[in-house]
Design a protein around this ligand. Structure first.
Ligand SMILES: [Fe+2]
Length: 202
């Protein structure tokens, strides 16, 4: 099978992923690809295709897991593994269960999708702080839940610093990607060649 943007959309359809989750996932993929491109330009070694498709599919099991009570990150991993795409499954699994990077290690696709997901609230790209305030309002019912979320927020802020350390762009510049209307087309085009400028959006 050819790993294309088309293929990922077909899988989303086949898995009956609702439209609002697709819109969220498209934005996460856009943030992931732009960040991945910027990192590759600075000499990082990343598989941009696997990165973008995993980002598009990171919540492929979110809706169906609500009914089955499954863990959606694990269910996503299993689905991918069953298709012979374990690497993509690992990235999907890590959007919830990210391991701390080893000292001196290179930036991974896992870190990018994890971060991109935390930058997208519903289908809008927002600063990390805003996303975490929203999560806290929605899920922070107990002190334990609030503490867990604050830890996650701190960890994600550290990750943000790590990702942007050697980049010329800032986390704020990503807000301009909200102006992209036809995400699918942009993903296709930029996946072919992302070396040219993103200037029309930024
Ligand atoms: Fe998710």
């Amino acid at each position: 099978m050819e790993l294309s943007i088309d293929w990922a959309y077909q899988l989303l359809k086949q898995e009956e992923v609702p439209a609002h989750i697709i819109r969220h996932s498209e934005r996460v993929a856009l943030v992931s690809l732009f960040l991945g491109c910027s990192l590759v330009k600075k000499g990082n070694n990343l598989d941009l295709r696997v990165l973008t498709l995993a980002a598009l599919l990171h919540d492929v099991k979110k809706f169906s897991s609500l009914k089955t009570g499954e863990n959606h990150a694990l269910a996503g991993y299993k689905l991918m593994k069953g298709l012979g795409l374990e690497r993509m499954g690992e990235i999907i699994y890590a959007h919830i269960y990210l391991k701390a990077p080893k000292p001196g290690s290179l930036i991974s696709e896992e870190e990018i999708v994890f971060y991109a997901d935390k930058r997208v609230m519903h289908d809008r790209i927002v600063p990390l702080r805003e996303r975490f305030r929203d999560l806290e309002t929605r899920y922070g019912r107990t002190l334990k839940a609030i503490i867990r979320m604050r830890l996650l927020e701190e960890m994600t802020l550290i990750l943000e610093r790590r990702l942007f350390k050697n980049l010329d762009i800032t986390p704020e510049s990503f807000l301009k990607l909200n102006d992209v209307r036809e995400v699918r087309g942009v993903l296709e085009k930029k996946l072919e060649d992302c070396s040219d400028s993103w200037g029309s959006f930024l």
